[in-house]
Design a protein around this ligand. Structure first.
Ligand code: RB5
Length: 149
């Protein structure tokens, strides 16, 4: 399952992304927010990143105005690798090199068309593993050190 969440700054793009995901037959769920009233992005980052961290969701998408607040918040969760992407290249690398399990975008940075395109690129790319696995393992090792600290 793919968990999708936004604050008010990402709401419009989130609705367009959900529509596209449903058209593609992707099993997805809307974790809020439900409109354009002002809300706090960490609340929605926690819902989506919590679901990915626990295994309830395999993947997540988070959208706020810039994507910055969502990525900072989501990366506090263990097992989460949230990548803020801006263009085709970063969307592709987020999956191929970083095996990002949450895609983060800025709804005030990207057009609806660009945002939907970045989601498609991320979903259609494959993690390369190999030398990148060693690096991803090192991220997990840092996570473990922080837990034990
Ligand atoms: C909300 O105004 C805005 O701060 C938020 O959407 C996001 O850009 C934070 O990083």
């Amino acid at each position: 399952m793919l968990a999708v969440g936004s604050d008010h700054g990402g709401y419009e793009l989130k609705i367009a992304v959900l529509e596209m995901l449903k058209e593609r037959g992707v099993d997805c769920a809307d974790f809020g927010t439900d409109g354009t009233d002002s809300v706090d992005y960490p609340d929605f980052a926690a819902k989506v990143a919590g679901a990915v961290s626990s295994g309830e969701a395999e993947l997540g998408i988070l959208i706020c105005g810039t994507g910055i607040g969502m990525s900072i918040s989501a990366n506090k969760f263990t097992r989460v690798r949230a990548a803020l992407v801006h263009d085709d290249f970063t969307a592709q690398m987020a999956r191929e090199h970083n095996n990002a399990n949450i895609l983060v975008m800025g709804g005030r940075v990207l057009s609806i068309k660009q945002g939907k395109r970045l989601v498609e690129i991320w979903l259609d790319s494959d993690y390369e593993g190999g030398r990148h696995q060693n690096r991803v393992d090192k991220i997990s090792a840092i996570e473990q050190q922080v837990i034990e600290h």
